[in-house]
Design a protein. Sequence first.
Length: 191
Amino acid sequence: MESSDSEHFAQKTNDGSNGHPSEEAIINGAHPPPPSLIPPYWSHRRYESYSSIKNTKPPPITLEDHTEETSEQSGAVWAAGVTIDDHVLVSGTVPSVGNFVVWHCRIETLDGGSIVVRKRYSEFDDLRRKLLMTFPNSGGAMPPLPPKSLFYKFRPSFLERRRVGLAYFLNCVLLNPDLSSAPVTKEFIFS
């Protein structure tokens, strides 16, 4: 009986492969390999869900205009931008003692008007401190103020850097709905 089994396996099929397809036949797709010889990750079967994902395109980016909305949050922002055009050096009674700089800030409003305020650096510093007390988690929304300097505070290059930094700070505050609608911000602007 054993000899008949071995003879059975030794018999050649019509294609001369001893009962199993040749490698060439498997590669050419003439005969699929036995399922027990193929690891599952070699099958590379693409199912309907996979192919549908591949053919799906992302939605287009859309631009929405919220300038006409009257929602609560859009109503909180009332400024379109801030520029600090100029500054004035105010001298004390004694030369070089009590001198300070007043900044001319122009706030353009969304309705097309403008508000001009004149503020000292110390008033910007007070605004930032009060906003941080009112909104303790808003540190990331408010940039730091430009640094102070005892020796260079009236040099043109220092004043230019300070002007740019103060304008950036005030823009960040007034274009943020929460910060611009805060009573401390309105007090800073209208006092």
